[in-house]
Ligand binder design. Structure first.
Ligand code: ATP
Ligand code: MG
Length: 376
């Protein structure tokens, strides 16, 4: 076990890295963040910030030298960076697990190999690939860039093969997946922690609402029936075991109106839909990330209260600060801001958790508070 007093490394300086840093520091660890941006949410609170690119070998060597264990908050860290670090110190998740989750084609092939259902899809690497499926693909569809997508970026809705040609050209013909657009009944996700010995602990399954491809709200407990709950956990465990994953990770699911459970994607890190754990579980997903990285036993994942999490995007800022007073004067609301200076549309700036006796009450307060805090 790696115990308090040790130094942990974090690749990536975003909000997930920041919340990891806070959790680790609370437990008595030191944290060094490697992140190219001078002013990052995690870099500004870390014990040390190495300001360098993820491929800067001298910086990576320095990080490995200083840290007892290293993790990441960002799936697009080059897998070669992780394999370089793995040769020098403890690294979780592994370069192998990361390489299976950073490209949508590779990720879907991996999930399909476990006999887990996915939305029907096909890889698109050339205009010939589009010709080949033009008459047979079950449209409507979504074309998604295979790499570097997040928050719905690099995605276009396509109703015909012609739309796919236009969207593929607009993406400069980078490798893509064309995915059938599912009639969604609901979306859920699960955050889990898997230890080196293969024990898995699950946080409660979360029900998610996305707006324009970006997570808007998470509600826990979810409204899915027990049978679906069991299926979701079984699939997530299959995926974590298949990756031989060590650490905290998430799996996103679609539930279709026909009742099919389809895996959407894997996040090899804590997840936005797990932010409710910060205030509504015995252990947060970030403490859990620290625990798994350090070889400590899993914390208790039990829910302590019904909760609704609402994301705060830059859109809420308008020309001034949101009306924080309205939000903070309601004792059920727990505010988390990430320390980002510039509020851009679609940029995740923070979130708040609403804790109440029932999901219905939490939801009512969440809707009213979200409306009231919007800047003029
Ligand atoms: P993130 O990594 O931030 O979750 P992303 O950019 O990787 O986002 P996806 O998870 O692929 O994006 O899609 C974002 C959202 O868009 C989904 O949660 C869902 O609401 C909608 N969406 C994506 N693909 C489909 C689909 N095939 N059918 C129906 N809705 C979809
Ligand atoms: Mg997603």
């Amino acid at each position: 076990m790696i115990l308090p007093g040790a130094t942990l490394g974090m690749l990536g300086g975003g909000q997930l890295g920041r919340m990891f840093t806070t959790a680790a520091q609370t437990m008595g660890y030191k944290v060094i963040v490697l992140e190219p941006d001078v002013n990052s949410p995690a870099g500004i609170i870390a014990d040390q910030h190495i300001c360098a690119s993820y491929t800067d070998e001298a910086a990576l060597a320095q990080l490995a030298e200083l840290c007892d264990a290293i993790t990441t908050e960002f799936e697009n860290i080059p897998a070669t960076t992780l394999s370089y670090l793995e040769a020098k110190t403890v690294v979780h998740p592994s370069s192998q697990a990361l390489s299976l989750t950073q490209n949508r084609v590779v990720e879907k092939e991996f999930i399909a190999s476990l006999e887990v259902n996915l939305a029907p899809y096909v890889a698109i690497r050339s205009t010939e690939d589009i010709d080949a499926i033009a008459d047979s693909f079950p449209f409507p569809a979504i074309l998604k860039a295979a790499s570097f997508g997040y928050d719905g970026k690099g995605q276009s809705v396509c109703d015909t093969a012609e739309d796919v040609r236009t969207a593929f050209a607009a993406l400069n013909q980078v490798e893509c997946v064309l995915e059938q657009r599912i009639n969604l009944e609901r979306e859920v996700s699960t955050v889990l922690a898997r230890s080196e010995s293969g024990e898995i602990s699950f946080f409660p399954v979360a029900e998610n609402v996305h707006i324009n491809g970006i997570l808007h709200s998470t509600t826990v407990p979810s409204s899915i029936v027990d049978e679906q709950l069991d299926d979701v956990l079984e699939i997530a465990a299959k995926i974590a075991n298949g990756l031989a994953y060590v650490g905290t990770m998430a799996v996103e699911f679609f539930i279709s109106v026909e009742g099919d459970i389809l895996a959407n994607e894997i996040a090899p890190r804590p997840h936005n839909s797990g932010h409710f754990t910060l205030d509504a579980c015995e252990t947060s997903q970030f403490e859990q990330q620290v625990r798994m990285l350090c070889g400590l036993p899993s914390g208790n994942c039990d829910l302590t209260t019904p909760v609704v999490m609402i994301n705060l995007l830059g859109d809420v800022w308008g020309n001034s600060q949101p009306h924080w007073n309205v939000l903070l004067c309601q004792s059920e609301n727990k505010l988390h801001l990430y320390g980002k200076k510039e509020a851009r549309a679609g940029r995740k700036m923070g979130h708040f958790n609403v804790l109440a006796d029932t999901v219905e009450q939490a939801s009512e307060i969440a809707v009213a508070s979200f409306k009231a805090l919007q800047a003029d």
